[in-house]
Design a protein around this ligand. Sequence first.
Ligand code: PMV
Length: 338
Amino acid sequence: MTKKASAIANSNIALVKYWGKRNEDLILPYNSSISVTLDKIYTHTTVEFSENLKRDILIINDKEIDTQDSEYEEYVGRFLKKLRELYPNKAKNLNAKIVSKNNFPTAAGLASSASGFAALALACNEALELNLSKKELSILARLGSGSACRSIYGGFVEWKKGIFEDGRDSYAEQIATKEHWPDFRIIICITSSKEKKIKSRAGMKQTVLTSPFYKAWLETIEDDIRLVKKGIIEKDFKLVGSVAELNCLKMHSTMITTKPPIIYWNGATIEIINLVLRLREEGIECYFTIDAGPQVKILCLEEFVKDIVERVKEMDEIENIIITSPGDDAKVTNEHLF
Ligand code: PMV
């Protein structure tokens, strides 16, 4: 028996960040988060389950990944194990071949785990005929990588942290479609294409264990969620941007104060932060947000994109600029990669 299917999922950027797990095995967060799904940046994945395969095979961007590797075990290996535990009748005795391609360079320093696991979850659902609802798909994607549960949906998305220990209420829901706010823009400024030193999984664990500011992070997060959600629904750009920017700075404050400190920024990251503050003084409404890496994402409305990009291009250290808008839901495709 051979079952093959393919899916495409867009990446997302958090406006209110997920940082810290209450359950590492089930990837359950301490806090809810909100993101915008990005068009243009996506992962395309084909998966085949077959009795004829001797072992699982994973190929990412044309490179075969060693399944003995600890990183494989921590990410895709772990995901397949969970899938087989959850759906033994469908997946238990079948090995998988997974071929995955990011349409952005992996070394661009952009997170591929969100789009990657959302595409994988959807492709597995299709190939194994699991018939999962969007909620169940979001939960499955979450078991690969937390932020992936949000990439099942397009537009603006909330991942509700949930309270149950088995994670059944920890999944994403759409706040608004991309059509709700079509002129919202996210300008991605690549400041370094080097691989990041500390993966978010290890970074957030260290933060929860050692940062004296982690408690403060959790104390204000519900207000951030409420305000960003209100801002999205009312299309109040100033509210969304200002709360997202402060939320990003609060997350990085918890990282900087871990033992040993985790500093993801480089010199160019700080240059762009300062540029964004200057642009605002000049009346160009824009805000920044930064994930677990040195790249800066500038949030703005379409009317200011040209001015902002011109100013960012004047900086020597910028390797690449990608202008993105709110993107689509993850979707099944008939285009197979093998
Ligand atoms: O889902 P992960 O393990 O890639 O973690 C994502 C962490 C941040 O990107 C920093 C925040 C977020 O909510 O996406």
